[in-house]
Design a protein. Structure first.
Lengths: 326, 270
């Protein structure tokens, strides 16, 4: 597909696929230097790809396969024995894994409900308004702070005698004040709120880019037809944001599945492992309890969920490499 | 009516977003000795320097700060260079099976870090790389390459191939084409990739706590976590001052290079 001498019918199919999926690069990838060119033959290009491939191959790809292989072993870090799919069947009966899976689902749902929806609303509300740029800057500012620093700040907000409870007592809502981080499910919910504070900004920026890319003509045409407010939003703005929504939802879901720093610092997954998500459970099993094989099985489950849930988003991202046509 | 609701909503959000930042600054400025066990809502003093010094020296943020600066700058630069070379091979040069190389390198960014951790730990223990700066730098480079490669590759495909063809006819070598045509033309894209990977390495916690232990090797987010674990003894003013210190480099990058900072992540939405 990347060859410039592709015969016409194939090129037409490629062009059709191109239109249908709205890829990002405006040009199809194009190797300027054709195979068989005068200089050096095909092997002359290899040294350029080798350093990156070596780093990724040794430190990421090999560990990936080693992890998959290791998930079939009972391994405590010193001795290991082959146990087949035992680690996976154990997952089904493990109440901690069940809770962890439930928390992970809560994170995904909470992320769609808060950072994504809020991001969309803020982007629409600040679009072409006078102080919209300033408002967007304030909301995206926490994105420049690490998850770890955000977690430290929110620990200060959410501890039992922290700022949130102090505020609630101050305005007379004493009964609302509670030990946010010490009981399930409010610890997971509080964590999601804390991560909303950090993650919403980037969604606002992405939606704002989508909004700016929308042609004004359709908006003006709709205005002439008498659309405004909700109908304008529902039938004009929202449909035009579909492409960017795929990206935002994909990235937000993947980030919520990968969330580790925030939970690790705020609750360590506790108390008694009640706020763990799969990312935390894997770390605790493998590196605190030395159930390395079991941890690897959890890591593989998490990876499958991550790749499956980013599929729609990835497909849109993928270049025309021929392999991505699945 | 609609306009009033809209303004109220935006103002409400901005206030909600500013309150935690305000509390962060106010309480990081409170003299540590005068902190009374509950958050201050008004300025109690301007002792940031003392709090920051306590966090920097006694809590060991300082050592980690220097280590992390080394990791982020060196690994960011190296990853961008190596990724740009790979993108050059896949997009411009006649590397056989470009799709294979693309997927090999890009696959590193698809999975959660957890799938790599246990074997990496074993590998590092065997190779005596555990708890060494070199070990962390190697893994940070590897971890930063895939997405940098993706960003640079996307930008490289938008460059007209005629440029390369013309240079080839003029007899330029691959190295010369790369350094004198592609690198200068892609300065902004390379800068965005560097800022993105600098931030990613700077903000990393998981690799840091998995592959290192001692204070002068641990990255800065791991040091902040250790400090936060001493919540009651160190006291919030020192901890929040520490959080401000570790956020300073990325905040600074964000405020100075906002366009480039966001470009890495927004490139996927265009």
């Amino acid at each position: 597909m990347t060859d410039t001498t592709t015969p016409a019918p194939a090129a037409a199919t490629a062009a059709k696929a191109h239109r249908a999926r709205r890829r990002i690069p405006t040009r199809t990838p194009h190797q300027a230097v054709r195979p068989g060119a005068r200089r050096g033959g095909p092997l002359a290009a290899l040294p350029w790809a080798l350093p990156a491939s070596a780093f990724v191959g040794v430190l990421l790809v090999y560990p990936f396969f080693r992890s998959v292989y290791g998930s079939f072993f009972e391994d405590n870090g010193f001795t290991s024995s082959y146990t087949g799919i035992d680690n996976y069947t154990r997952l089904a009966d493990d109440p901690i894994f069940g809770r962890s899976l439930l928390n992970t689902l809560m994170w995904v749902a909470g992320t769609l409900l808060l950072p994504v929806l809020l991001g969309l609303l803020i982007a629409v509300a600040t679009h072409r308004s006078r102080f919209g740029g300033v408002a967007q800057l304030v909301i995206v500012l926490p994105f420049a702070i690490s998850a770890a620093a955000t977690a430290v700040l929110w620990n200060f907000m959410l501890t039992s005698d922290g700022a949130v409870n102090q505020f609630l007592r101050g305005v007379g809502l004493d009964s609302w004040a509670q030990t946010w981080l010490l009981e399930w499910p409010q610890n997971t919910l509080a964590l999601i709120v804390a991560s909303t504070w950090q993650a919403t900004g980037i969604n606002v920026v992405l939606f704002a880019i989508g909004l700016r890319a929308n042609p004004r003509d359709t908006v003006e045409a709709a205005q002439l037809d008498g659309a405004s407010g909700w109908r304008m939003f529902r039938y004009i703005t929202l449909p035009q944001l579909r492409a960017v929504t795929v990206v935002v939802v994909g990235m937000a879901v993947v980030n919520s599945l990968k969330a580790f720093d925030m939970i690790w610092i705020l609750t360590k997954g506790g108390p008694s492992r009640s706020s763990e998500t799969l990312a935390l459970t894997m770390y605790r099993e493998a590196f605190r309890l030395f159930h390395v094989g079991y941890g690897s099985a959890i890591a593989l489950v998490l990876s499958v969920i991550v790749v499956a849930s980013s599929w729609a988003y990835l497909r849109r991202q993928m270049p025309d490499t021929g392999w991505a046509k699945a | 009516m609609g306009r009033v609701v809209r303004h109220l909503f935006v103002t409400g959000c901005v206030v909600l977003w500013l309150v935690p930042l305000y509390l962060l600054v106010v309480n990081a400025l409170t003299p540590a000795a005068e902190y009374e066990g509950r958050p201050d809502w008004t300025f109690q003093g301007f002792d940031f320097v003392d709090n920051a010094r306590t966090a920097w020296t006694e809590a060991g943020i300082g050592d980690s700060f220097q280590a992390s600066l080394l990791y982020s700058v060196v690994c960011g630069l190296l990853a961008v260079l190596v990724a740009a070379m790979a993108a050059f091979a896949v997009v411009v040069l006649p590397v056989p099976r470009p799709a294979f190389w693309f997927w090999l390198i890009y696959s590193g960014t698809l999975f959660p870090l957890q799938i790599f951790l246990a074997p990496l730990f074993g590998l590092y223990a065997d190779a005596n790389l555990y708890d060494t700066r070199l070990g962390l730098m190697l893994v940070y480079v590897a971890w930063a390459i895939p997405f940098a490669f993706f960003l640079i590759r996307n930008q490289m495909t938008t460059m007209p191939p005629e440029l390369t063809e013309a240079a080839l006819i003029d007899g330029a070598s691959f190295g010369r084409i790369f350094w004198q045509i592609h690198v200068p033309l892609m300065r902004a894209g390379l800068g965005a990739a560097f800022i993105f990977q600098f931030t990613a390495v700077w903000n990393d916690l998981l690799l840091g706590i998995t592959l290192s232990r001692s204070a002068d090797v641990q990255p800065v987010m791991a040091a902040l976590t250790t400090l936060n674990n001493a919540y009651s003894s160190a006291g919030p003013p020192v901890i929040l001052a520490g959080a401000l210190i570790v956020s300073a480099p990325t905040l600074l990058l964000f405020l100075v290079f906002r366009g480039l900072f966001l470009r890495g992540i927004t490139a996927s939405a265009r």
